[in-house]
Design a protein around this ligand. Sequence first.
Ligand SMILES: *Cc1c(COP(=O)(O)O)cnc(C)c1O
Length: 228
Amino acid sequence: MDTALADRLAAVDERIRDAAVAANRDPGEITRIVVTKFHPASLVAELHALGVRHVGENRQQELTAKRAELDGIPDLVWHFIGQAQTNKARAVRAGADAVHSVDRSRIADALHAAGAGGEMLDVLVQVNLTDDPGRGGVGPGAVEELAAHVAGLSTLRLRGVMAVAPLDEEPARAFERLRRCADAVRSVVPDARWISAGMTGDFPEAIAMGATHLRIGSAITGPRPPRD
Ligand SMILES: *Cc1c(COP(=O)(O)O)cnc(C)c1O
């Protein structure tokens, strides 16, 4: 067992608890997703042995491969947090328990069409908090319309919003905009309460803003191996 991994996980969890208490929030209402992208499946297995149940991946092929490799671990919850392509919707749907990155109606439609089996898929609307339209996510002004579209698809369960804070802005300010987007989504689907925000560099700010799902990678896993 990797004691450094256990130590980093415990240290992050302590910071999560501290930030929650400082914000008058119950730490138990916050889900810590460990982002395991680029790391081998064996790391996911180690994390599971340490009690981790929620993991995040940003590439479909990696998600599919790791989930297959770890098939014997039944209680892992896989979150897909990367850009989803419509022609990979079936594989994303098969591999993910929740998709955080629905940023256009076409990907919502494709995920819906891939869901013939009757099971519901949890999805979040990804919001682009930057000024760069090339980044993933729908602009804040279009969130409500996309939420209404997703809400009309019977195999998708709209859970809330997701975003990455811009690099060139105070995360707290950007998360304020995300919180307004979360309110807009709840005006469409009142129980869509998830706010997926907060990474290694900004999760305390995300907790202060009301994040319910943190996506934390390198603070727990250590540095990522290079992309292939
Ligand atoms: C990689 C990634 C994370 C985790 O990033 P860290 O800075 O390593 O915590 C979170 N969210 C998304 C969408 C990512 O791609």
